[in-house]
Design a protein around this ligand. Structure first.
Ligand code: HEC
Ligand code: HEC
Length: 423
C-alpha cells in the first residue's frame, strides 16, 4: 500500500483555508482556488502524491470537459465532502460552480444527472481497510456500501478512485483510455508521471497497458489522499491528545457522553473498540462496520426515492463470492460507519443527505424512537428499512438539550485546521 501511517503529520495547520467563504469568483473551480491557498502552506508532496493531487483537482477530467473534478464533490473547505444546495442545471456558474447540489446530492458532469447518495468525505478514506467478513459481520471497503473492496489492488482508496471518472452520474468518461488520453496530452502530467512511475510514456497501445496505467491513476490519487495535506490530524481533538489543547467544559462533557451515556463510541470507534478503551492516537471514530441506524428517506433527493437503498446488500448481491452473496438479505439497508473527522465542516449528513446540521443528527440519535419527536416541528420520517434496524444502541438516549449541545461541541473538536494559541 502506498499510504502509511508515516504520512501522518501535524505540520499542516492550514487555517487560512477555512475562513474563505463560499462566495467564489465565476469560472474558477472553487475547490481549486482553495487549494491554491493550501499550496502556500508549502507542504512537500512526493511526486506520486503531487500527480494524484493534480488529477484530483483537474476539471478537464470530465465529459463534457472542464466542468467537474473529484474536488467538485469532495471540496477541502467542506472537509473533502460535498455541499448542501447549489443551483443546478447549468445555473450553478452563478455561484462560481459548474455543477450543482440538491439536498446534499451532487450533480454529475452531465446536467441533471444525479445519483441518490451523498459524497462522504474523501479525507481519511485511505485508512479504511480492505473488506473482510469474519463470519458475523462485514468490515472495510469504500463507498457507503463497501463495493470498492480493495481486494484487487490492496488499497480501498486506489480502487475507489477508478470509479468516478467512468460513472455516468459523475465524471462520465466512456472508458479508461479517454481519461489517459487527457493526461497524455498534458506535458506537466508526463513529467510527474515519469517522476512517479519511472516512465514518461503513458502506454495506451493495448488493453493490458491501458488497464495497468489506469490503475496507476488510482494509486496516485490514493497517495495524495493519504498525504498529510488530506489526512491532516490537525484538529483540536488531536491537539488535546498531544497535550496542546485543553477542552472547555462543554467539549469535555460531550466527550464523556460520546463514550458513555450517548453510546456513540459503540460504532464511532475503531474496530475492537468498546466503552472502556481509551481513544488511540489518530482515532478515526469509525468501526468500519455496517449498520442500519434507521435513517429516513431524504424527501428532496433528486436521485429518487422509489425503493429503499439496499446499502451493503446491493454490493453483496452482485459479489462473485457466494458466501458473501448469501449474506445480502441480512445486510439490507446497512451502511458503513463513516469517520467523524471533519464532520463539522460538512453541510449534509448520512448516506442520503437527509440531515442538514449536527444538532439535527444528535437529536435524531437521541429521539428516533420517541413518539412525536422530530425536527423543526416535523416528526422524524419513517426509517427507510426496518427489518435490519439497530433498535438497541440508539433511538431514545434520554439526553437533555444541553447534553445534545455538548455532544455537538465535542464533534466539532474533530475538525482539522486548529492552529492553537501561538506557542
Ligand atoms: C458528482 C459528485 C462526485 C464526484 C465528481 C466524485 N465523487 Fe467521490 N463520491 C461521491 C458520492 C455520491 C460517493 C458515495 C457513493 C456511494 O457510496 O455509492 C462518493 C464516494 C467517494 C469515496 C468513498 C468515501 C467513503 O467513505 O466510502 C471517495 C474516497 C471518493 N468518493 C473520492 C473521489 C475521487 C478520488 C473522485 C475523482 C476521481 C471522486 N470521488 C469524484 C460523489 C462524487
Ligand atoms: C449502531 C452504530 C452507531 C451508533 C451507536 C452511532 N452511530 Fe453515528 N453513524 C453510524 C452509521 C452506520 C452512520 C451512517 C448511517 C447512514 O448514512 O445510513 C452514522 C453516521 C453518523 C454521522 C453522519 C456522518 C456523515 O458523514 O454523514 C454523524 C455526525 C454521526 N453518525 C454521529 C454520531 C453520534 C454523535 C452518535 C452518538 C449520539 C452516533 N453517531 C452513534 C453508526 C452509529
Amino acid at each position: 500500500m502506498l499510504h502509511s501511517h508515516k504520512l501522518r503529520s501535524f505540520a499542516v495547520l492550514a487555517s487560512a483555508l477555512f475562513i474563505l467563504d463560499s462566495c467564489q469568483k465565476d469560472a474558477i473551480d472553487p475547490a481549486l482556488e482553495i487549494d491554491n491557498a493550501r499550496a502556500r502552506t508549502k507542504t512537500k508532496l512526493t511526486a506520486v502524491q503531487q500527480l494524484g493531487k493534480q488529477i484530483f483537482f483537474d476539471a478537464r477530467l470530465s465529459e463534457p470537459m472542464g466542468v467537474q473534478s473529484c474536488a467538485s464533490c469532495h471540496a477541502p473547505q467542506v472537509g473533502f465532502s460535498g455541499f448542501g444546495d447549489i443551483p443546478t442545471g447549468g445555473a450553478a456558474s452563478a455561484a462560481g460552480f459548474k455543477r450543482g447540489f440538491v439536498a446534499g446530492i451532487g450533480e454529475g458532469a452531465v446536467i441533471g444527472a444525479f445519483g441518490r447518495r451523498k459524497p462522504p468525505t474523501a479525507a481519511y478514506a485511505t485508512l479504511v481497510p480492505v473488506m473482510d467478513f469474519d463470519g458475523q459481520e462485514f468490515t472495510g471497503g469504500l463507498f457507503w456500501d463497501g463495493r470498492a473492496t480493495g481486494l484487487r489492488l490492496g488499497s480501498t482508496a486506489a480502487e475507489q478512485a477508478l470509479g468516478p471518472f467512468l460513472a455516468d452520474k459523475e465524471q462520465n468518461h466512456p472508458g479508461p483510455a479517454s481519461v489517459l488520453a487527457k493526461l497524455k496530452s498534458n506535458r506537466s502530467y508526463l513529467a510527474l508521471w515519469k517522476a512517479a512511475f519511472g516512465t514518461s510514456e503513458i502506454d495506451v497501445s493495448n488493453e493490458t497497458a491501458v488497464l495497468a496505467n489506469y490503475d496507476n491513476v488510482g494509486l496516485a490519487i490514493d497517495a495524495y489522499e493519504g498525504s498529510s495535506e488530506v489526512n491532516q490530524y490537525s484538529s483540536k481533538f488531536d491537539a488535546f491528545q498531544a497535550g496542546r489543547y485543553t477542552m472547555n467544559a462543554q467539549e469535555a462533557e460531550g466527550m464523556a457522553l460520546f463514550n458513555n451515556e450517548a453510546g456513540c463510541n459503540d460504532c464511532h470507534k475503531q474496530l475492537g473498540g468498546n466503552r472502556n478503551r481509551p481513544f488511540v492516537t489518530g482515532e478515526l471514530f469509525a468501526d468500519f462496520a455496517y449498520h442500519n441506524i434507521g435513517i429516513p428517506q431524504n424527501a428532496n433527493n433528486p436521485g429518487g426515492n422509489l425503493a429503499p437503498d439496499p446499502g451493503l446488500a446491493g454490493f453483496l448481491a452482485t459479489s462473485d463470492n457466494l458466501t458473501w452473496r448469501a449474506q445480502a438479505t441480512a445486510n439490507f439497508g446497512k451502511f458503513r460507519t463513516p469517520t467523524l473527522r471533519n464532520v463539522g465542516k460538512a453541510q449534509r449528513f448520512m448516506h442520503n443527505g437527509v440531515f442538514s446540521s449536527l444538532e439535527e443528527v444528535v437529536h435524531f440519535y437521541n429521539t428516533r424512537d420517541v413518539p412525536g419527536a422530530g425536527w423543526n416541528g416535523v416528526p422524524w420520517g419513517r426509517p427507510e428499512y426496518l427489518p435490519t434496524m439497530d433498535d438497541q444502541a440508539l433511538g431514545n438516549l434520554g439526553l437533555t438539550p444541553a447534553q445534545e449541545a455538548a455532544v455537538v461541541a465535542f464533534l466539532r473538536t474533530m475538525d482539522d485546521g486548529y492552529t492553537g494559541p501561538v506557542q
